[in-house]
Design a protein around this ligand. Sequence first.
Ligand code: MBD
Ligand code: FE
Length: 323
Amino acid sequence: MGQMIPDLAATSRASTTKIKPNGIPNGINTAGKKCQHDPTFTQKVIAATGPNANPRLAQIFPSLVRHLHDFAREVNLTVGEWSAAVDFLNDCGKMSSDRRNETQLLCDILGLESLVDEITSKQLATSTTQTPSAILGPFYRSDAPFLPNGTSIVQGLSPSVSWYEKALEDSAFLSGKVLSTDGKPIENAVVDVWHTAPNGLYEQQDSDQPEMNFRGRFRTDQQGRYALYALRPVPYPIPDDGPAGRLLGLLDRHPNRPGHIHFIVSAEGHRTLTTQLYDSRDRWVDDDAVFAVKDELVVRFEPREGDPGARWELGYDFILGRC
Ligand code: MBD
Ligand code: FE
């Protein structure tokens, strides 16, 4: 039976690529056959770059074009499929706003944000002891409120909220130090932290949550310490109501991320660290839909005694590399 390649665009369009009964798609070169495409074509496109091109672009564009063309030739990409991909990217753009970044989410499920994070952090690392980075993700807001150490990022918690009981069960005290790679505590470092509500939604995805709920920035004291109340994070499905979700469906993939807390830790004279911490007991910690988990970032929350504000606690020190 001929097999149709699924159309990624919402509008249906007949795909023309069929697999022949011998399993070889039409047009694929089999050994010994003369190449059916103009062998100089890719070189022509690369050579069109002018002498005054942006230097970094001039350096990387040939590789981009080569890989893109090789991909199209390798899979015998049809006009219908390419056009569906254009529609798909346009749909991602149309769905994006200051509250949602669907194109970034697409990169996440492709593993691309994790890959460039890995490349960038390896390139910039000044020490092997610094805390590993993890991807930013599409739900960061840069203007979270500054809060005093020891206060809570949980707002509007009352029995009328559907996740009230869960929030009490998961209440957690987070504390630790921000250190330099030489072990010295850093005063006045900023720990910017955010996570979802127990319903798995970030504040900007959920009109029932107060503005900036589960977000805050904390400054370290003279000993480099930070402390706050938050929640043990819950696993959550990345938004699958848009093009990225449609792609996951077509790939027969799940949308789940393990429970995680995001951090951006910054301090003068040091490299800003964007990272996430993961709950070791989470069901999805070894199967993240966006491939962002690193072993060093998997943590164990411990029961907390004698604190009516938290049932769990987590101590974690962030180690920043110097600039
Ligand atoms: C998230 O919450 C997230 O942190 C990442 C990296 C991707 C999608 C959703
Ligand atoms: Fe997240």
